[in-house]
Design a protein around this ligand. Structure first.
Ligand code: SF4
Ligand code: SF4
Length: 365
């Protein structure tokens, strides 16, 4: 395993991190703990969860795994998050998290999921910064961090405020250009940087032909290539993979073992190709899934991905019909309330895409 500094904290963290949001069988605690042990024994020491991952089941599983790590004297760092904004609610949540995770202190505690700057201003008004500082002084958390779905320039502004020691955001080989401006602030303040969704929420491994260009060696898989693309950014200390199975852990560990830095020429070739070929793919995160008209937006945006990936309208309509089994005509019921676009973590033009889908369906008829 390779390790990098988490900003100025003095902690060396593994470049591969364990994300606890995609366990395939979260009710099988033994299997989940076995996955985490596989990762830890391979050197992974950064374990990230949240109170809303599968309810609180992910944190429960992590707690069982942490107990096992301690018994076996395996070193690890815990990372989790809170949406709460005032001191009393944060304390209450943190107390429950410490009990679930079987630890006395959270190593990396995140202000969770900032989606707009207005949201950040509102949380500051509620006292989130003072509350985090007090918890750190009391030794209940070690480092104050933030997880964000803002775009790069906004993250940069947020980090330059000087509150946070590290940041977590989505970054992958196909959407890097939306957030790379954040690296300016990360370099300037020597902050920790963890990225999530390095495989694009499954889009990259599910479309190996489309992403074949990302491989830079003959025997390399597309997943290995995508992870190496991330690891070749010096600002990133850890890429979190949301593991579902033990096989996925083994595959990602192999990618790290075979790591060699991508040359600047290869990086330029990839980045140019990506910029020309993929703009605005949906990651399937489902944050937008609150349409008052009942439109299943993530399914429509997944279908739109197929148009972007394969360049054909028919692929989009086939995906809706044969994979999701939903009529494309539902797209026409959008009343343009803008809610989904405000919630979208990738800042996608959802309303325009729905209109395109509705028109494509009408043309076909
Ligand atoms: S803009 Fe349209 S699709 Fe988005 S939430 Fe509003 S009605 Fe639904
Ligand atoms: S449209 Fe945006 S918020 Fe919705 S699933 Fe896709 S990336 Fe996530």
């Amino acid at each position: 395993m390779l390790f990098r500094d988490y900003g100025k904290t003095g902690k060396k963290v593994s470049i591969l991190g364990f994300g606890g949001m995609r366990f395939k069988s979260v009710n099988d605690t033994g299997e989940c703990v076995a996955m985490m042990l596989d990762a830890a024994e391979a050197g992974v020491n950064y374990f990230d969860t949240a109170p809303g991952y599968m309810g609180t089941k992910s944190e429960h599983v992590f707690g069982e795994a942490f107990r096992e790590f301690k018994k076996r004297e395996i070193p690890f760092y815990s990372a989790t998050k809170t949406f709460k904004t005032d001191e009393s609610s944060i304390r209450q949540e943190l107390d429950a998290q410490l009990r679930r995770l079987h630890v006395d202190c959270i190593d990396f505690y995140h202000v969770w999921c900032l989606t707009t700057l207005e949201d950040w201003e509102a949380r500051k008004q509620s006292g989130v910064i003072d509350a985090f500082i007090k918890l750190k002084e009391e030794g209940l958390i070690r480092h104050i961090c933030v997880s964000s779905h803002l775009i790069g320039d906004q993250i940069k502004g947020l980090l330059l405020e000087g509150v946070f020691e590290g940041v977590l955001f989505g970054y992958s080989a196909y959407n890097f250009n939306i957030r790379e401006a954040a690296f300016d602030a990360i370099r300037k303040h020597r902050l920790g940087c963890v990225v999530m969704n390095p495989l694009g929420g499954g889009i990259i491994p599910q479309n190996t032909k489309v992403f074949d260009f990302i491989r830079t060696r003959d025997k390399e898989t597309v997943v290995e290539g995508a992870l190496r693309f991330i690891f070749s950014h010096d600002e990133i200390n850890t890429a979190l993979v949301g593991f579902g199975t033990r096989e996925e852990v083994a595959q990602a560990v192999k990618a790290v073992q075979g790591y060699r830095r991508i040359s600047p020429e290869e990086m330029t070739r990839m980045r140019d190709h990506i910029k020309e070929s993929f703009r605005g793919l949906c990651t399937g995160c489902r944050y937008c899934d609150e349409c008052p008209e009942g439109i299943p937006i993530p399914k429509f945006m997944d279908a739109y991905n197929h148009r972007l990936l394969y360049g054909k309208e028919q692929e989009l309509l086939d995906r809706l019909r044969w994979h999701w089994d939903i009529p494309a005509s539902i797209a026409d019921s959008c009343v343009e309330c803008e809610l989904c676009e405000k919630l979208c973590t990738q800042h996608l033009p959802i309303q325009r895409r729905l209109k395109e889908i509705a028109s494509a369906e009408k043309r076909k008829k």
